[in-house]
Design a protein around this ligand. Structure first.
Ligand SMILES: Cc1cc2nc3c(=O)[nH]c(=O)nc-3n(C[C@H](O)[C@H](O)[C@H](O)COP(=O)(O)OP(=O)(O)OC[C@H]3O[C@@H](n4cnc5c(N)ncnc54)[C@H](O)[C@@H]3O)c2cc1C
Ligand SMILES: *[C@@H]1O[C@H](CO)[C@@H](O)[C@H](O)[C@H]1NC(C)=O
Length: 327
C-alpha cells in the first residue's frame, strides 16, 4: 500500500502500513496520550487500581503544561450542566471523589464556597434556572440568598440576588497532578516526555501508534513525509491529548471519524489583582454564565492570589506547533 496524502494537513501524512518496514516497533499493554490532569488520573487508575502496564506519552518536556495548569483551579459543584448530560453526573460524583482524594493525599485544597450573582433584576430568572438545575443535578447545600445577605458575606460585592454553593472549592492543581504522577510511577507507569503521537492505525484488533520525538516535529518542514520514529502497539489507548485530542483521533486510520466531535477554539486571559495584602473576597464569585464560558469570575488560589478571568475570544486558526495536529 502506498502512503496517502492527508487533505487536512497539506503535508503528506503516512497512513498505511507498508511504509512501516524498518521502523522499530514496541508493544505495551496500555498507552495514555497526554500527561494533563486527565491522562495522569487515568494512568494512576490503570496502574494503581487495575495493575496494568502503562506508558504515558507527553509531547511537552514535563507533565501538566497544558490546560491543566492554566485554569481556575476550582472544584466545581456541578451546577451548570443539563441534568441528562454525563458531565452533570460526573461533576457531582467527581467532586466528592476529588475532595476525598485531596484529604487522603494531603493535597492543598479548601472548600471556600462560591456565589453566583445576579447584578440586575433582569438576571434573576437565569439565576433561578441555575438554582433549579443545580438541585436537579443533586448539588447539595445550594441556597438562593438576597443581595443584602450576599453583600454581608462579601462587602465588596454588588448584587441583587445570589446562589450560594457551599460545595464549591479550590485545589492546587500542580500538587494534584504530582500526586497522580507519583503514585502511577510507583506502580510502574512509565513516562515518555518530549514525545509526540502523530497518528496511528488499527490493525489485527490492535492499535498501532505512530510516535515521533517532539524535536523532530519542531524541525519538520510541514511538507515532506513525516515518518514516525517508532510504532507502538497497544491493547488499550487513552486519547487524553486535551485540545489536540479530536484532531489526533482523526489521524487514527480505521477509527470512525463520524464519532469525533468538532473543535471550536477560544482563547482567554486572566488578570491578576496586584499589590494587595488581604484578598477583597473570601468566596469564588461568578456572574451569570456567558456564551463560551462561565463568565469572568473572581478566583482565589491557596496563596491568596486573586484573579479575574478568563475572558473569551473565539479563534479560528491555530498557528502554534499544535497546528500540525489541529486541522
Ligand atoms: C480557562 C479555563 C478555566 C478552567 N477552569 C477550570 C476549573 O476551575 N475547574 C475545573 O475542574 N476545570 C477547569 N477547566 C477545565 C480543565 O482545565 C480541563 O478540563 C482539564 O485541564 C483538561 O485536562 P486534559 O488532561 O484533558 O488536557 P491538558 O491539560 O491540555 O493535557 C493534554 C496533554 O496532552 C499533550 N498532548 C497533546 N497532543 C499530544 C500528542 N499528539 N502526543 C503527546 N502528547 C500530546 C499536551 O502537551 C498536554 O500536556 C478550565 C479550562 C479552561 C480553559
Ligand atoms: C526535553 O526537551 C527539553 C528542551 O528541548 C530539554 O531541556 C529536556 O532535557 C528534555 N527532557 C527529556 C526528559 O528528554
Amino acid at each position: 500500500m502506498e502512503a496517502s496524502s492527508s487533505p487536512a494537513s497539506g503535508g503528506r501524512c503516512v497512513s498505511t502500513t507498508a511504509w512501516a518496514a524498518g521502523i522499530p516497533t514496541e508493544r505495551v499493554d496500555c498507552v495514555v496520550i497526554g500527561a494533563g490532569v486527565v491522562g495522569l488520573a487515568v494512568a494512576r487508575e490503570l496502574s494503581v487500581k487495575l495493575g496494568r502496564e502503562v506508558l504515558v506519552i507527553e509531547s511537552a518536556p514535563t507533565f501538566g503544561t497544558g490546560t491543566s495548569s492554566r485554569n481556575s483551579q476550582v472544584i466545581h459543584a456541578g451546577i451548570y450542566y443539563p441534568p441528562t448530560f454525563l458531565k452533570a453526573k460526573f461533576c457531582v460524583r467527581g467532586r466528592e471523589l476529588l475532595y476525598r482524594f485531596c484529604r487522603e493525599h494531603e493535597i492543598p485544597h479548601k472548600q471556600i464556597g462560591k456565589l453566583i450573582v445576579a447584578t440586575g433584576s433582569s438576571e434573576i430568572p437565569k439565576l433561578n434556572d441555575l438554582m433549579n438545575r443545580g438541585i436537579q443535578n443533586g448539588v447539595d447545600g445550594l441556597r438562593m440568598i438576597e443581595g443584602n445577605e450576599a453583600m454581608r458575606l462579601e462587602p465588596e460585592l454588588q448584587c441583587v440576588k445570589a446562589v450560594a454553593s457551599p460545595a464549591s472549592g479550590i485545589v492546587d492543581t500542580h500538587s494534584l497532578m504530582m500526586s497522580f504522577m507519583g503514585e502511577a510511577e510507583s506502580y510502574g507507569t512509565m513516562f515518555s516526555y518530549n514525545t509526540t503521537v502523530i497518528g496511528g492505525h488499527l490493525q489485527g484488533g490492535q492499535f498501532h501508534l505512530h510516535i515521533c520525538g517532539t524535536k523532530a516535529l519542531e524541525s519538520w518542514d510541514g511538507r515532506s513525509v513525516l515518518r514516525p520514529e517508532l510504532i507502538l502497539s497497544s491493547r488499550l489507548i487513552v486519547n487524553s491529548a486535551g485540545l489536540s485530542a479530536p484532531a489526533l483521533a482523526k489521524r487514527f486510520n480505521g477509527l470512525n471519524t463520524r464519532d469525533i466531535p468538532a473543535s471550536y477554539y477560544s482563547r482567554g486571559c486572566y488578570f491578576t489583582l496586584a499589590n494587595i495584602e488581604i484578598p477583597p473576597f473570601k468566596h469564588l464569585i461568578y456572574p451569570i454564565p456567558e456564551d463560551g464560558g462561565l463568565g469572568v469570575h473572581v478566583t482565589l488560589d491557596l496563596n491568596g492570589q486573586v484573579k479575574f478571568g478568563p475572558d473569551v475570544e473565539w479563534v479560528g486558526v491555530i498557528d502554534d506547533i499544535s497546528s500540525f495536529l489541529n486541522k
